[in-house]
Write a protein that binds this ligand. Structure first.
Ligand code: ZN
Length: 354
């Protein structure tokens, strides 16, 4: 595939952003650059963290993409004369195509998500982002519905920062450097301290996993989903954002006292997939041994987000209709497949590594 030199800048920036678990978890988030009539956008299922090591960008025809969007078509056409690629453009490529900025960066920032799932704190959010050209959107299904909502907003005037309800953050900028700086600026403005006590410890659920399909998660913070009462209440009440649903399902199940993890095989007998992760209240979290690296990253993400929600926060969960739309979506199945193909050789990045 022929690639312009300008792509190197995008690769470096994307890898930096992708290695920060407070911004990107697993195959989430995406970036793009417009070069003439070509939109180079992250491919579905690939990891931004791999941007320097692998080919993760797909050349899309910008004018073709905008025409497809206007016609209500989610499949983005490849740019001509760039050779073949087996990759498919990101689910959110339409969003990148319609925004006018040369560089668009979309992240599942933990801090932004923590603000975006709240139905209160509107004034506080506005005060923190004061001076930026920003807008907040209600939750929309990723892909076309989200792209259409963004297109309506950008038609009303310039906007560089979008807070996507129950989803994340999008910034548009002139260059990779300014896009990354804008994300950093928003992050500092929206920074939330994890609540005291929302910590987890390895080892307390290890014995429960012996002889089962489960193990302890790699990141100790995941246990706080079961040991911190507020985190446990949030994790078991529903789902907060799309990637959680796609990789972990809806609300996380708990293990009742005296119940064995081996019993989760019951679900298989009944023709249901066994839960990817289970919370043992007061003890810790467990995840399936065959869970994809993407699922592992999403469990960590939930702990990072839940720990940042104040005790009195009014939280908006995704509806069961939203969840079903995510689970029955062909584009998502493709992305999940791609993510699990990535292999489990890569450790989940910890917070300090960001
Ligand atoms: Zn997203």
């Amino acid at each position: 595939m022929q690639q312009p030199a300008i792509l190197n800048e995008l690769r470096r920036m994307s890898a930096r952003v992708g290695n920060n678990i407070l911004l990107v978890q697993g195959a989430g988030g995406n970036s793009s650059i417009k070069h003439g009539d070509v939109l180079w956008v992250k491919a579905s299922g690939t990891w931004l963290a791999d941007a320097e090591a692998k080919d993760i960008f797909v050349p899309i025809s910008l004018s073709g993409a905008r025409m497809a969007l206007a016609a209500g078509n989610e499949r983005m056409p490849l740019a001509p004369r760039h050779g073949e690629t087996a990759l498919r453009a990101s689910i959110e490529a339409s969003l990148h195509a319609l925004l006018p900025h040369p560089v668009v960066l979309h992240v599942h920032s933990v801090n932004t998500i923590a603000w975006s799932v709240r139905s209160d704190a509107t004034d506080d959010l506005a005060a923190r982002l004061h001076g930026l050209s920003w807008r907040r959107l209600d939750y929309r299904h990723p892909g076309l519905p989200l792209a259409h909502a963004v297109s309506q907003i950008s038609a009303q005037g310039d906007v560089d920062v979008l807070v996507l309800g129950n989803h994340g953050l999008v910034v548009g900028a002139e260059s990779c450097e300014t896009a990354e700086a804008l994300v950093k600026d928003v992050e500092q403005r929206l920074a939330l301290q994890p609540r005291d006590g929302a910590v987890g410890h390895q080892g307390r659920v290890h014995h429960l996993c012996v002889g089962t399909d489960y193990r302890e998660p790699q990141h100790p913070l995941c246990h706080s989903l079961a040991t911190d009462p507020q985190n446990l209440a949030i994790a078991t009440a529903g789902s907060l954002y799309p990637d959680h649903v796609v990789f972990l399902g809806s609300a996380l199940p708990t293990l009742a006292q005296g119940e064995s993890l081996a019993n989760t095989r019951r679900a298989e007998v009944e023709g249901l997939p066994p839960p990817v992760a289970v919370l043992v209240p007061g003890r810790g979290a467990v995840i399936r041994k065959d869970a994809s690296p993407g699922a592992e990253a999403m469990l960590t993400c939930l702990a990072l987000v839940a720990s940042r929600l104040p005790l009195n926060a009014a939280i908006r969960y995704l509806s069961s209709h939203d969840e079903q739309a995510l689970l029955n979506w062909d584009a998502e199945r493709y992305r999940q497949q791609m993510t699990s193909d990535r292999g489990s050789d890569r450790p989940v990045h910890n917070e300090a590594g960001g």
